[in-house]
Ligand binder design. Sequence first.
Ligand code: SF4
Length: 193
Amino acid sequence: MPKRIETVVLHDSSTPVLGDIQKGGSVVLTTVDTLLSQARAHALWPLTFGLACCAIEMMCTVASRFDLARFGSEAFRATPRQADVMIIAGRLSKKMAPVLRQIYDQMPEPKWVISMGACASSGGVYNNYAIVQGADQVVPVDVYVPGCPPSPDALIYGVMKLQEKIKKTRAKSFSELRIAESLNPRQMEEVRS
Ligand code: SF4
C-alpha cells in the first residue's frame, strides 16, 4: 500500500513575510531599547504605601473619576517584591525611615520613587525633630509632586513624568542591574567590554 506523505507548513499570520511586505503590509522597525523602555514605562506597578493624608489622594487616582489604569499603573501591590515604583505619600517620620528603606531595598531592580506632597519632599509644615526633612535623605527620588495635598491628577502627571524618564533610559543600564546580582566582578567586566 503506497504511503501518503503530507507536508504541513506553520506560519504565524502576525509575522510579516516578504510576500506580505510586497503586497503593502505594515512593518514596524524599532530598537530593543525602545521596546523595553516603552514596556516598562507603561506597566508600572506602585507599592501600596501610604504614610499620611496624601495617601487619600493617592487612593483616589485609581478610582473611576481619575482612573490611573489609563496609564497602566492601577495594579497597586501589597508586597515590595511585586512592585517597581514606590509612591511616598505623606510625612516620613524618623521612626518610619528605616522601615521605608528596608521596603525599598526589597523591591526588585529596576525601581523608581515618587515623592508625593510637601511633607515627603521637604518635611512640609513639620519642621521638627520627628520628621525627616525630605525623603531623598533615605531613598533616591525620581519625581517630586508638589502640593499639600497634591490632587490625584497632579500625581498622575508625576507618573507621566516618570514614564518620560524611563523611556529615555537605555535598556543596557537595566540589564546591568540584573546581571550584577548573578555575576562576579570579572564576569561583569567581560559583559561590559
Ligand atoms: S503634604 Fe499636606 S496632605 Fe500631604 S501629608 Fe503633608 S500635610 Fe498631609
